[in-house]
Design a binder for this molecule. Structure first.
Ligand code: ADX
Length: 181
């Protein structure tokens, strides 16, 4: 069985976590790995249905995602999480529960996210129509020592994929050159 691990994306809403997660997942599948994605928006419609955005509820959400990732990873799957996961202590708690954990910080200035506002949520949050919105009226704690930082406003998605896959190879999470381990 090939060795699994958890690939954990963190960053503000709209920073590109899901987009990059999906493309990298396809790349890793193409190399023979088994891959599963736990996407924040989707998880909140099933595994974390009913949870809100208080610190307590976000922590519960992230602990659940982390737990499922751990189960998948120890069974040889590359488990990918794409949730904001705004609190450093809970991300680090999830990391501690893993043998192999790779954190990607999707870094993007708030101004750019507000300008793009793909889901229209930032404008609502700025008008006060959504409370406790991450980056606007709720905290986001940047990772201090992530395995990789992606500046999604400065590089193309394809550049980010190449960067991420190279770093995974460099840190021996996957084999060089495409074969599954
Ligand atoms: S997390 O904080 O618990 O990690 P998660 O990634 O699951 O968040 O969900 C974030 C998504 O929920 C956002 O992309 C956005 O679409 C939606 N959302 C709704 N309300 C909020 C809010 N107050 N803060 C952040 N995201 C919100």
């Amino acid at each position: 069985m090939s060795e699994g691990f958890t690939l954990w994306f963190t960053g503000l809403s709209g920073a590109g976590k899901s987009t990059l997660a999906n493309i990298v997942a396809e790349e890793l599948k193409g190399r023979g790995h088994r891959v599963e994605i736990l996407d924040g928006d989707e998880v909140r419609t099933n595994l974390s249905k009913g949870l809100g955005f208080s610190k307590e509820d976000r922590d519960t959400n992230i602990r659940r995602i982390g737990y499922v990732c751990k189960l998948l990873a120890r069974n040889g799957v590359i488990a990918i999480s794409a949730a904001i996961s705004p609190y450093r202590d809970i991300r680090d708690e999830v990391r501690q529960a893993h043998n192999k954990f790779f954190e990607v910080f999707m870094k993007c200035p708030l101004d750019t996210l507000v300008e793009r506002d793909v889901k229209g949520l930032y404008k609502k949050a700025l008008r006060g129509e959504i409370g406790s919105f991450t980056g606007v009226s709720d905290p986001y704690e940047e990772p201090l020592n992530p395995e990789l930082v992606i500046e999604s406003d400065r590089e193309t998605v394809q550049d980010s994929v190449v960067k991420l896959v190279s770093r995974l190879e460099q840190l021996n999470f996957i084999k060089r050159g495409g074969a599954a381990r």
